[in-house]
Design a protein around this ligand. Structure first.
Ligand code: SF4
Length: 377
């Protein structure tokens, strides 16, 4: 892996050097409850006299309800008063929300405590539940050529509580339950590994938001060491990997992270993951007219993933700059036919909310003007 880029760099550079991590600044005062695991909360609240059973009740209550937290039946008032002083319950300000009249996707713009902004999307699933697409970083350092967020560069990573709070806020005003989470908003989740895994654990905890681990998907552009770590740690959340090109040559022009972690290494890590989990690898593929959806691309994908059980999620590009266009109906037909021959399970994923810039690759329209980045060559 190339050495880190200069300290001031905000995006991956032409040699594949990644910018230095920029963790979230700590809040003054007690730690936010939304970022604590149950055992940490239990230790934190022990001085208030709360035993584990009380803490479980208090945690579930605080996560599911608005302020004041810890208004919990069957626990002594005096203990709860003391507990309130030991943890904070900050929230994120909603600066804007826009709902698509076409398909009901709703985009949120949140302000973080240091003034930065991030976006999330509430996705209706049939008529009875929602999935929430959340951000793991403010901006993104990976500079994928087809993505508006990538043009922002990295401002900083989010703390676990800021990730969890996106879901809590969306959930609070939802008319149906939130049953799924996708880490496919702004940022590269595996460049903020610890906070993302922590957030997923809190979201799935029975006293957290109790979302099934299988309904939480962490999507990465291919941070190979983090994928290997994730496989070794055995977390129950689903993994999806954005590949988008079947050759290193093409991928370097679309996803500069290819210079850092080339396809052969990525595919090795995915093979190991599939073997370990005994399940298909989910590969995201952003289809771009005239760029990566010819029969030759399908054949190259077949060679690249030979012997690896694959679930291929096809997503049409949403490039507000107009540089990249989605495939025509005929390109889709030809590409799907060619993919059928490689034996992958194929899903063409609906990427909704285009009319409110909430679709995949569009999360930056409310966040601020994009920086101009050199195009990858
Ligand atoms: S597609 Fe994902 S990894 Fe690539 S720049 Fe956009 S947010 Fe970052």
């Amino acid at each position: 892996m190339p050495p880190p880029a200069t300290p001031e760099a905000r995006s991956v550079d032409r040699e594949g050097r990644l910018p230095a991590p920029r963790p979230a600044p700590a809040l003054a005062g007690p730690p936010p409850l939304q970022g604590l695991l149950l055992d940490e909360l239990t230790a934190r609240l022990a001085p208030a006299g709360l035993v584990e059973r009380d803490v479980r009740r208090a945690h579930a209550h605080a996560m599911l309800h608005d302020r004041p937290p810890f208004d919990v039946p069957h626990v002594a008032r005096v203990k709860l008063e003391r507990a309130r002083a030991l943890v904070a319950t900050p929230t994120l300000e909603v600066l804007d929300r826009r709902r698509s009249p076409t398909d009901g996707f709703q985009k949120y713009l949140f302000r973080l405590h240091d003034g930065l902004t991030v976006e999330a999307v509430r996705i209706p699933i049939f008529d009875d539940k929602y999935t929430v697409c959340i951000s793991s970083q403010a901006g993104c350092p990976l500079a994928c050529a087809f993505c508006a967020t990538g043009r922002l560069g990295l401002a900083r990573s989010l703390a676990a509580w800021e990730i969890v709070e996106q879901v809590r806020v969306v959930r609070r005003e939802a008319d149906r339950p939130v049953r799924g989470i996708v880490f496919m908003g702004m940022g590269e989740p595996f460049l903020n590994y610890d906070e993302v895994v922590r957030a997923a654990r809190i979201l799935s905890a029975p006293t957290g938001l109790a979302i099934s681990g299988k309904a939480i998907t962490i999507s990465t552009a291919g941070i190979v060491p983090a994928i290997r770590r994730y496989t070794a740690e055995g977390w129950p959340f689903r993994l999806a990997v954005s590949v988008t090109a079947a050759t290193s040559e093409l991928r370097r022009t679309l996803m500069p992270v290819e210079r850092t972690y080339p396809l052969p290494d990525l595919v090795d890590a995915l093979r190991a993951h599939a073997l370990d989990r005994r399940e298909r690898v989910t590969v995201e593929y952003v289809a771009i007219s005239g760029v990566n959806c010819a029969p030759a691309d399908a054949e190259a994908l077949g060679r690249l993933f030979a012997g690896i059980p694959l679930r291929l999620n096809l997503i049409e590009v949403n490039d507000a700059s107009g540089r990249f266009l989605p495939p025509s109906a005929e390109e889709w037909r030809v590409f799907r036919d060619a993919l059928g021959k490689i034996g992958a399970s194929i899903v063409r994923r609906y990427s909704g909310g285009k009319d409110v810039d909430a679709a995949c690759g569009m999360l930056a329209s409310l966040t601020g003007p994009p920086r101009s980045l050199p195009l990858a060559t």
